[in-house]
Design a protein around this ligand. Structure first.
Ligand SMILES: Nc1nc2c(c(=O)[nH]1)N[C@H]1C(S)=C(S)[C@@H](COP(=O)(O)O)O[C@H]1N2
Ligand SMILES: [Mo]
Length: 451
């Protein structure tokens, strides 16, 4: 406890009657509930506008990158095509959607890797930022005016939205579906709510952030040890503790702790996007614990056994059904007798991992022609032997069908596909999200393109 006289009203013996002159809000102000609602509860000498602004600046740069890469990922799903959209109620939120390109081939790998790895890297910064303003959540009275009530409600959307987006994102890449709703629409709608609150917050706080950043020199701060660490001067926002305790860590120490946490998150996850030998360093990545052997030795997202595909369907009696003006049924031998092409293409999963392999197969464009469909004017609806669920089908756009590197792959790295990688045949499309590279294909419907 501090032996200094505490700020605020003098102590009384009995309960003083509300002072009618100051009204209820004055009375409330003088009678905060105990614990975190009292200013004296929050005593860290490091809290202050400069510190909050340093974390805020990092988030101000990082969150728009998360937003852009996230919204691009939604566009990459081509949600306007049948079967691809699980947010049909998006309405105006789809205003920016465009026909996702097939080149550069690494684009989705880059944007989605950035989305996931940056999200993980920002976790310590987000927590530090929330810590630095946490006492404001307990401000008492809850609101002094209707305007303040609105402002504080918007903070709930801001903080709640940020926590919701980070938590659902992380749970999703950990394949830990504990929440009672579907990830994809929840993360998308949550993003828009959060972004709206974020824009309002930045608009209000930007000038104060800039002046707070100017109030101290970061280079000097990074040279200042514990002995010379003093609280920031009292500020109108009340970020600085009313009754600061002696410091137990310098600002430099706190920044190093948060920065070190971020570097750890980055270092333990980036390997899953880069792949190759670095894959082993991605200790935070849950994927790719299942690998194949020989040329099929790269990570498997879901095994055939996991999703319960009918093994019998993959035997010699397997046929690929083509639907179009001239429907056809082809065996694997028929497909292998067609012109085969080989390309190096990445699988880039929405969950952030990726891997590039060498795929051999038949061009989707050649299959479209065989079915009598117009190349460039036909989308394709792909069905898997896997029955039911979002992975059992996917639509590809006319542009994707027409790209000469878009394959119905039969082989990988010179060997037949393994069962887990989609034998007898799987889709491989350049720059498509991994989830659209459907495995265990049984039927392709070439349909006039959705304009
Ligand atoms: N039928 C089917 N196809 C599928 C999946 C699936 O679960 N079922 N997973 C998809 C996802 S999310 C990804 S990232 C890639 C992974 O391919 P891989 O398991 O061969 O590495 O396959 C895609 N194709
Ligand atoms: Mo995926």
């Amino acid at each position: 406890m501090s032996d200094r006289p505490s700020p605020g009203p003098a102590q009384h013996d009995g309960e003083p009657a509300p002072d009618p002159g100051r009204g209820l809000s004055g009375w409330l102000r003088e009678h905060p509930p105990p614990g975190p609602f009292r200013q004296e509860f929050w005593r860290s000498p490091l809290r202050g506008p400069w510190l909050t602004s340093v974390f805020g600046l990092v988030l101000l740069i990082g969150i728009p990158i998360l937003a852009i890469t996230g919204l691009l990922s939604y566009a990459a799903y081509n949600p306007r095509l049948p079967g691809n959209d699980i947010t049909p109620g998006k309405g105006l939120l789809g205003f920016y959607l465009f026909d996702w390109p097939t080149r550069p081939v690494w684009l989705y790998r880059f944007t989605q890797g950035t989305h996931v790895i940056l999200g993980l890297t920002l976790v310590p910064v987000l927590l530090a930022k929330l810590w630095s303003v946490i006492h404001k959540l307990f401000a008492w009275p809850p609101a002094r005016s209707p305007a303040e009530a609105v402002e504080r409600a918007s903070l709930l959307l801001l903080v709640g939205g940020a926590v919701f987006e980070f938590v659902t994102g992380i749970l999703n890449i950990q394949l830990f579906y504990v929440f009672p709703f579907s990830f994809y629409p929840a993360h998308l709608y949550g993003a828009w709510i959060f972004l709206a609150a974020f824009v309002v917050h930045v608009a209000f706080k930007l000038p104060r952030m800039i002046s707070a950043l100017r109030s101290r020199d970061i280079r000097r701060e990074l040279r200042t040890g514990l002995a010379d660490t003093h609280p920031e001067p009292p500020d109108p926002d009340g970020l600085v503790a009313a009754d600061p305790a002696p410091p137990t860590v310098s600002r430099r120490g706190l920044l190093a702790f948060v920065g070190g946490g971020s570097m750890l998150m980055f270092g333990l996850s980036v390997g899953q996007t880069i792949d190759g030998p670095l894959r082993r360093t991605a200790l935070l990545a849950p994927h790719g614990r299942v690998y194949g052997t020989g040329p099929n030795d790269f990570q498997v997202n879901k095994t055939a056994a996991d999703v319960g595909v009918d093994m019998a369907g993959m035997g010699p009696q397997w046929r690929l059904t083509l639907i179009g003006p001239h429907p056809a049924r082809l065996s694997r031998a028929d497909l292998l007798a067609m012109p085969l092409y080989t390309y190096r293409l990445p699988i880039a999963c929405v969950e952030g991992w990726s891997t590039e392999q060498t795929w051999t197969g038949v061009r989707l464009a050649d299959l479209a022609r065989l079915a009598g469909a117009a190349v460039g004017g036909s989308d394709v609806f792909v069905r898997s032997l896997q029955m039911g669920g979002v992975f059992s089908h996917a639509s590809l756009s006319a542009r994707q069908v027409a790209d000469p590197r878009s394959l119905l792959a039969l082989r990988v790295n010179g060997a037949d596909l393994s069962l887990n990688h989609g034998f007898p045949a799987r889709i491989m499309v350049p720059n498509a999200p991994g989830v659209h590279n459907t495995k265990w294909v049984r039927r392709l419907d070439f349909l006039p393109a959705v304009s």
